[in-house]
Structures are given as C-alpha cells and as structure tokens.
Ligand binder design. Structure first.
Ligand SMILES: Cc1cc2nc3c(=O)[nH]c(=O)nc-3n(C[C@H](O)[C@H](O)[C@H](O)COP(=O)(O)O)c2cc1C
Length: 339
C-alpha cells in the first residue's frame, strides 16, 4: 500500500500472525528500501514480504535495482502487481524468491502462472486501487480462479472480517489479502482523522477514476475525486493533462500526513462500509480468526448425521457416490439437512 506499507504496519501484521508487506516504491530509492527492510527486521522476528508494483510511468523507477535489494536482503516472498512483470519475476525467481502475483483478471493470472509465479492474489472489482477494466466482482472471479488456475490463490478486495475469510475459503481461496482494513488499525502510520473518515464512510463512498484512459482506479470518494470524475466525464478532448492535477500522488500522500481527507485523492475500497473501528492488528487478526471459525462451524452445523456423499478430487464441484457427479439431492443432503 503506497504511503502506508511502512515497517510499522508490515511488522504489526506479521507480529499478529499475518504476512505483513512493505511497499517497495514508497521508498524513494532502492537503498531506502534496504534501510526499511532492516528497520522492519528490528520490529518483528516473523517473516514479512515486499510488494513491487509495476505501473506505466514517464520515467519508470529502476525496478531491477529494487528487486536486487529485495534479493540481497534475503526477503523470501514478494508480491508483484501491475503491467509486464516478466523481467522482474524472472529476476526474483532466479534467486528462489516465492512470488505472489496480484491481478484482477483470469487472463492475467494465467499469464503470470506461465511466467512461473508461485501463487496468486485475485483482486476483485471491490478492491482499493487498480480495479482493472472488466469489473468482475469476487463472487465470480474467485470461483473462476478455482475452476481454471492450477496454482493456489488468495482472495483480495472487499475483506474486513472472518465472515469474508470463511466465504473466500469456501470459494476455493487459501486465505485473504486486506488493504483498506489494515489502514484502519492502531499501527497504520497514517493520520487518525483519515482512519476516522474510513470508519464514518459507507460502501457507496468510493469513486472510480481514469477509466477513460483504461487505468481505472478506486479512490475514497472525497471532493477532489468527485471533481476528477466530473472533468473526466465532461472533457471533450479527453486529455490526461486535464485530470492530472486532481489525481496528484503528491497531494494524496499529504492527506495521510495532514489528516485532511479532502486535500487530495487517496485509495480506499468499497469495504470502507464494513469498517467500524480502529483495533490493533493483533486484535483484528484474532477477531477475524474467531469469526471465521464460528462462521464455518455454523455452516457445518446445518448438516445433521453423516454427509451422504464423498468430496471428489475436483475442488468445488462435489462428487457423488461411486465417483459419479453428485445429484442435487446428494449435494444438499436432502432429507438429512436442516435446510
Ligand atoms: C492506500 C492504499 C494504497 C495502495 N497501494 C497499492 C500499491 O502501491 N500497489 C498495489 O499493488 N496495490 C496497492 N493497493 C491495493 C492493495 O494492495 C490491495 O490490493 C487492495 O487494498 C485490496 O482491496 P481492499 O482494500 O478491499 O482490501 C493499495 C491500497 C490502498 C488502500
């Protein structure tokens, strides 16, 4: 998370039992990333990862140099995201780094698998930041991932609680990735007023900008984001320069420091509507575990007696007796289930 994924948050998430992730490009140079990795190591004994996001830029950062620092510092897991990750993935894989690639379409996920990534983070349309251009929400995207990808994946976008984790596991994911929810924790190194703005926001309070340039991004729906959308919609010429002043990353960064939610644009997902408090990362992760266990137990308790079929090797399809496809009655345990 750009301007949020510092050592304070990454270490707190890892100390809570999650996998904290530092954002490489939040550090102005590869050498600054090296210092941040070392700083994070003093704050947690647990593993943490680094995110490397490859986005189109007039003067792109030296991704190879950032990747080299990650390798030299002995980071074992990298989350890659963005366009044309091939060269960076090859560089990291050559050093035996485990790669989690984040993407918003099955097509991109399949390309990443061909490039040799180890697992995927499937980011639904609900997510904060770059949502892609196809607007597929996680109910479809995760099941499609289960049906088509041969590698494990985690679910990203729209998760804030254990009910969400249980749903993701049910759809075939191995776990969840959370961005916006972790912004709203005690340890997140952003202004308290921004955390409060998230608590007060509804799921309808995000805006999609830059669709016209096929770089659609979900932002917190503040005054500047709404103005950006208006310029984007109403401009006859559709020149990026017209909207650029509104979406300045510099002003967005300031928001997290000065606490003025309307000072510039900043990233948040629809999940803001589900966030009602500012716990520590430890409290949050423990709560999510409790909720997921109770949700899955409740679902399991809807069956009484023996499950009348065995689950076959094809994940999610369910199979009936003698390896034949399950009938509807078998799947639902008709006659035995409380349903
Ligand atoms: C403030 C903020 C900054 C983000 N910056 C990045 C980034 O630099 N690179 C990236 O791959 N994803 C970025 N994301 C997206 C998250 O990594 C994650 O995919 C997303 O937050 C998941 O959706 P959720 O917010 O509903 O949990 C950012 C998200 C937030 C909230």
């Amino acid at each position: 998370m750009q301007w949020v994924g510092y050592a304070e948050l990454a270490s707190a998430v890892s100390n809570a039992g999650g996998l904290g992730i530092l954002t490489a490009l939040t550090q102005p140079t590869p050498e600054d990333l090296r210092k941040e990795i070392r700083r994070c190591r003093t704050m947690t004994k647990n593993p943490f990862g680094v995110n490397l996001t490859l986005l189109p830029a007039l003067v792109p950062p030296d991704y190879g140099a950032y990747a080299q620092v990650i390798i030299d510092e002995g980071i074992n897991i990298v989350e890659t995201a963005g366009n044309s990750p091939g060269p960076v993935i090859r560089q990291l894989k050559a050093a035996n780094v485990i790669i989690l690639h984040k993407c918003t379409t099955i097509r991109h996920a399949q390309s990443a698998v061909k490039l040799g990534v180890d697992f995927l983070s499937i980011d639904g349309f609900e997510c904060a930041g770059h949502v892609g251009e196809h607007d597929i929400t996680n109910f479809i995207l995760l099941s499609k991932a289960r049906q088509t990808l041969g590698v494990p994946f985690i679910a990203s976008g729209g998760f804030a609680d254990g009910q969400g984790l249980a749903a993701a596991l049910s759809l075939g994911a191995e776990g969840i990735n959370m961005g916006t929810r972790f912004m709203c924790t005690v340890e997140a190194p952003i202004h308290q007023k921004i955390k409060q703005a998230i608590v007060e926001a509804q799921e309808t309070d995000t805006e999609l900008v830059l669709r016209r340039w096929r770089n659609t991004t979900r932002l917190f729906g503040n005054k500047v984001a709404r103005e950006a959308v208006q310029v984007e919609r109403e401009s006859k010429e559709g020149k990026f320069e017209e909207v650029a002043p509104f979406v300045s990353g510099k002003r967005g960064r300031e928001v997290f420091l000065n606490g003025d939610k309307d000072y510039g644009v900043w990233t948040a997902g629809q999940v803001i509507g589900l966030i009602h408090d500012i716990p520590t990362c430890g409290e949050l992760v423990a709560r999510i575990e409790r909720e997921a266990i109770s949700t899955l137990s409740k679902a399991a308790s809807l069956y009484v007696g023996q499950v009348p079929y065995s689950v076959g090797p094809v994940q999610g399809s369910g199979s009936g007796k003698d390896g034949k496809p399950a009938t509807g009655a078998e799947l639902w345990g008709v006659g035995k289930s409380k349903l």
